[in-house]
Design a protein around this ligand. Structure first.
Ligand SMILES: [Zn+2]
Length: 277
């Protein structure tokens, strides 16, 4: 079997690709409950069959590992996790203990969100992992990411009424076939018995990729790019999930829309964040 056919078969038979994608993107509350029940009943048998047919491999390097969704020790070793001391508001790590709670950027330009936290530094160690998840169909990696997000955002998850992903524009979702942020949001919500709303916000227009834009250009790029979906957020605490926090423009714009709609508090949790030296 050619390599691409093997890869395609692996994606099709992956439990995460089928069940989590459907749960995250299409299932309504009752359907989610039913699918979760089916999943829990059939998981052991199905899981063993899958592991037999497709032995678990590291989601990045492909070397054999103990369980589906795990990473090899070599990949794990190059991850740089965000740790204290950090800005209490935006979560940027300080190089040393600055005896300050808030960074200079947050003091000068307070963000629209209340708090942001991230699991990883977005650097040479994590880039392939994040991009593989975002563009490479490595959806099963969400199982490796959830414990990291859980640890980085424990307080934010605990106080959230609704967990929601930063949305993709419809056409980008069609092209990519899944929203990586929605997969993480669904998995965190499921594990914490929280309400997950993948359609809480919508993208009103497609925005060009922000990769090479400067901070000011990023803010202009996402200005008025989001709108509320058909949900009431008055007095609710929202936790937004995204893959990478770069300048914060996207989550800031999302938070502005949610606050205007009456949200009491908007927190942000991302898998990785850019940390400028
Ligand atoms: Zn800050």
């Amino acid at each position: 079997m050619r390599a691409e056919h093997k890869s395609f078969a692996k994606r099709c038979f992956s439990r995460q690709f089928t069940k989590d994608w459907i749960i995250a993107n299409f299932a309504r509350k009752k359907q989610r409950k039913m699918l979760s029940k089916i999943k829990s009943v059939g998981n052991d048998v199905w899981g063993e069959a899958i592991d037999f047919l497709l032995p678990p491999r590291c989601v990045v390097s492909g070397v054999p590992v103990e369980r589906q969704g795990m990473m090899s020790p070599a990949i794990w070793g190059v991850m740089n996790f965000v740790s204290d001391p950090l800005c209490k508001r935006c979560g940027v790590p300080f190089d040393f203990d600055m005896q300050a709670d808030i960074c200079a950027v947050c003091l000068d330009h307070p963000p629209a969100f209340d708090q942001a936290r991230s699991a990883l530094r977005y650097d040479d160690g994590s880039r392939d992992v994040v991009l593989g998840f975002k563009h490479g169909d490595q959806l099963h990696a969400v199982k490796a990411f959830t414990p990291w997000l859980q640890k980085a955002g424990a307080e934010l998850i605990e106080r959230a009424d609704i967990i929601a992903p930063v949305p993709l524009h419809y056409w980008r979702l069609v092209r990519r076939r899944y929203n990586q942020a929605a997969l993480m949001a669904a998995d965190i919500a499921r594990g914490n018995d929280k309400e997950c709303r993948s359609g809480l916000l919508t993208r009103t227009r497609p925005t060009p990729p922000q990769g090479h834009l400067k901070a000011g250009e990023r803010a202009a790029n996402v200005k008025k790019a989001f709108a509320m979906g058909p949900h009431d957020v008055k007095g609710r605490t929202i936790l937004l999930i995204d893959d990478v926090l770069t300048s914060g423009s996207t989550v800031n714009e999302c938070a502005s829309v949610l606050k205007k709609a009456g949200a009491k508090r908007v927190d942000v949790l991302t898998l990785a964040r850019v940390v400028k030296n």
